[in-house]
Ligand binder design. Sequence first.
Ligand SMILES: C[S@@+](CC[C@H](N)C(=O)[O-])C[C@H]1O[C@@H](n2cnc3c(N)ncnc32)[C@H](O)[C@@H]1O
Length: 236
Amino acid sequence: MDAFFELHRDLPREGPGEPADIAWASNLVDLKPAAQMADVACGPGGDIAALLAAAPDGHVTALDKTAHFVGAARDAWTNDGRVTVLKADMARIMNRYDMIWCAGAVYFLGVTQALTAWRKSLHPGGVIAFSEACWFTDTPSDRAKSYWDREYPAMTDASGIAAQVSDAGYEVLGTRRLADPAWEAYFAPLEARINLLRPMANARVQAVLDEAEEEISCWRAHRDDYGYLLSVVRPR
Ligand SMILES: C[S@@+](CC[C@H](N)C(=O)[O-])C[C@H]1O[C@@H](n2cnc3c(N)ncnc32)[C@H](O)[C@@H]1O
């Protein structure tokens, strides 16, 4: 098995996030109970339950390009008619939605490019809610800067994200900085798996474990420097 999936299989989610984020976003826009929602780049589907809690009579189309994650989400939701799980590229979303949710994955396309591509997939009045890595200081520590220079050199701050949203012809309805429990919801199971795999890992897996440990440790040491910003936006 690929060293990445050796670590990342069976995790409940693949990035920071908690149900409170989705509750906040859906309350902000007064999401209707029968809302049509997309969970774009859903990973293993860790946000689907919270999306359904926000709109219990609605429907979630969850999609991801990675077969392994699509399989995990499908297995979990196969008996719920309110959920459809697709293996699909987020650059080409089909159908139309009241809310497009995208946790920690817009950067694969770029904020402006993603919002521009998804505009045609919104019902009138529909919104996009996305979380995106974000600097919260102009003077990050050397360690945080070097981590993110490797991982996401184009990472910007809240005003940079707002400018990218505006360039796509959208207005920002609200923003929220993801709280520590959102990070721990990702890191706690990841850390448990690192500890499980470490004793018998080969060199390739050890390298993946080292990388994940640095991700966790850097955030714990420098969480004031950076985080994720959740933005809820609507076409102007
Ligand atoms: C950081 S993970 C976030 C997953 C999930 N939203 C979560 O919070 O658990 C990023 C996800 O984006 C997916 N992805 C990357 N590029 C994609 C694309 N072009 N189309 C669909 N999914 C994509 C990956 O397979 C991965 O599951």
